[in-house]
Design a protein around this ligand. Structure first.
Ligand code: GCB
Length: 568
């Protein structure tokens, strides 16, 4: 499962998007359905559907694909899926938001039509991730019964591909540059290449920019080392990307290649700051969601462009992929445009039940491995977040989060690891976070002046200030990963009152300034970038309205306020 390179078309590979209309089959009906998108808003009677239901696609397989390496790759299917080719099971997956692939050997018919069928289930459960139907859900809480407030969309949400390449194939590339010395413009680069057994005895060439290295392949893993003098470092205002290429050659003929864009940069910490290339950087930006009307959680490319344009417009330099990994296109753009990303695993609302359930523990560990495996080569990804708002006051969270932290460090010792906590740190409150001590960066969500001390911004300022100061006991950099207030676009009030644009704007401005004055607060992210669809709940009139942009991406008053603060 690991070493899952994204399909690509190049001189040796063809990656074909399975992007025609699929058929969806449910309750005895068969209808056209679009991928990559959620099923929920494509048909009224699918809105609350949890499956299992079937996606069907007919694909002609030419004879020329015989004796090639073939793989069916799914960018993400929410949440559990089984993949059948000509009625033979060729793969299954239990985790949403992350890619998986299936080997069709044995099931495929060459020179013939083939039928691909994906059975998808999106039933929220205590054991699933993200989880739902927690004890007591029948009496209260969200409907659908999610243990989080975004809508639990289902379906083939990211693009499926079939990729055809040589059997002598590159399986994985792992690019590392953490030993680089920015002050001397020295890029120190290590590349690990993993290949299929058919490559052994052939030649491999790896190049970065103008530097090349070639060797005979003697094992399934080969290491390369480069020292780049006068290197162009990946910086926020100049996110320089190098071309990394790996090629497999047999008696002078190119049999496989894989290309990546990579950036040379270091991410380190001192006790107050995140350092990009040795210099402190302050994260300004948002927590957001990857969702939009009709497509639900899908990959709508114009939206990605639009959101980055708005992030630039407002003066943000970063965001968190709350509360799950986003599509790879999001990270490609962050690499290219110079944004810093906190990359989050799909672990939201974890609690005692999860810490005690060995199946969930295993799923969480797998998720982290798969997330890091997918995103390890992106310069924009500066930190892993292993969870959002777990019950980190519970004694069992201590050992559980130590395990997740160790897993992340084991997969990637080069990036800081965080967990996002909503447990108060002030000793006064009686509750105490017991898991945060394991993490490199302290990330906290705080809603003074919204969920408590409602309508009282002055009290909120004082409480936030004291709370942040209390975090200094960790002697580590702090990120205020969430604070915010709902505002319904067009609601106005003088003086400012909750749900008005004025309240959201004033609240964000004043609390931002409180956090901004503290030199150990290395990042401030507003919740949220845009309004988003939620499950039904007495606290959520269809949407969470904490966006500073509306769901269709128009600015509220707070967006203009932030633009003034951030582009100063
Ligand atoms: C939080 C959660 C986020 C919610 C937000 C809210 O703390 O992390 O998922 O949407 O609060 O608006 O309540």
């Amino acid at each position: 499962m690991f070493g899952l390179l994204r399909p690509q078309s190049n001189l040796c590979r063809s990656a074909i998007e399975l992007s025609n209309m699929w058929k969806i089959s449910y309750h005895g009906k068969e209808k056209p359905v679009a991928v990559s998108a959620s099923w929920n808003e494509q048909y009224e009677d699918l809105f609350l559907e949890e499956g299992p239901l079937e996606y069907i696609y007919d694909i002609d397989v030419p004879m020329s694909w015989k004796n090639k390496r073939l793989r069916f790759y799914f960018g993400a299917v929410n949440t559990k899926s089984k993949v059948y080719l000509n009625d033979e099971l060729i793969g299954s997956n239990d985790i949403g938001y992350l890619p998986f692939e299936c080997d069709p050997a044995g099931a495929i018919k060459y020179g013939s039509a083939n039928s691909l069928r994906v059975e998808v289930e999106n039933k929220l459960s205590k054991d699933g991730l993200p989880s739902g139907r927690m004890p007591g859900f029948e009496e209260g809480g969200n409907f659908p019964p999610a243990n989080f407030d975004f809508f639990p969309y289902g379906g083939i949400i990211r693009m499926p591909y079939v990729e055809i390449s040589s059997n002598a194939s590159i399986l994985d590339l792992n690019f590392r540059c953490d030993g680089s010395i920015p002050s001397k413009k020295l890029g120190i680069v290590d590349v690990k290449v993993e290949v299929t057994d058919e490559c052994i005895g052939k030649d491999i060439e790896v190049s970065i920019g103008d530097l090349k290295s070639t060797k005979k392949i003697t094992s399934a893993k080969e290491d390369f080392h480069f020292e780049i003098k006068n290197a162009s470092f990946w910086e926020l205002d100049d996110p320089y990307l190098y071309d990394l290429k790996a090629k497999i050659m047999s008696v002078g003929d190119l049999v496989d290649e894989y290309k990546l864009k990579v950036g040379i940069r270091t991410i380190t910490l001192d006790d107050k700051h995140i350092l990009l290339n040795g210099k402190p950087v302050k994260l300004l930006g948002f927590g957001k969601h990857e969702e939009f009307p009709v497509e639900g959680q899908g990959t709508f490319k114009p939206l990605i462009i639009k959101d980055y344009d708005l992030l630039k417009w407002i003066g943000a330099n970063s965001f968190r992929t709350s509360h799950y990994p986003y599509s790879e296109e999001w990270l490609d753009m962050a690499d290219e445009l110079g944004f810093l990303v906190i990359d989050e695993a799909p672990h939201v609302g974890l609690e005692k039940y999860h810490y005690e359930n060995p199946e969930t523990v295993k799923l969480c560990v797998d998720d982290i491995r798969r997330l890091i495996d997918r995103d390890k080569n992106h310069p924009s990804v500066i930190m892993w977040s292993v969870a959002n708002e777990p019950d980190s006051a519970h004694p069992k969270s201590d050992e559980f989060f130590k395990k997740l932290y160790d897993t992340a460090k084991d997969c990637d010792p080069t990036r800081p690891v965080t967990m996002v906590s909503c447990v108060p740190f002030c000793k006064k409150s009686g509750e105490q976070d017991v898991a945060m001590k394991h993490f490199d960066v302290i990330s906290v969500n705080r809603y003074y002046g919204w969920y408590n001390h409602q309508g009282k911004i002055e009290e909120a300022e004082k409480l936030l200030s004291d709370d942040l100061d209390a975090l200094r006991t960790y002697k580590r950099p702090v990120i205020l990963t969430e604070f915010g207030a709902d505002a319904i676009s067009g609601f106005h009030a003088n003086p400012a009152q909750m749900f008005s644009e004025e309240y959201q704007s004033e609240y964000i401005e004043r609390l931002f300034k409180v956090a901004d004055e503290k030199d150990f607060v290395t990042g401030i992210h507003v919740w949220a970038f845009a309004d988003f669809k939620t499950a039904q709940n007495i606290h959520r009139p269809l949407f969470n309205y904490k966006g500073v942009f509306t769901r269709d991406r128009n600015p509220k008053m707070a967006a203009h306020t932030l633009r003034k603060l951030w582009r100063r």
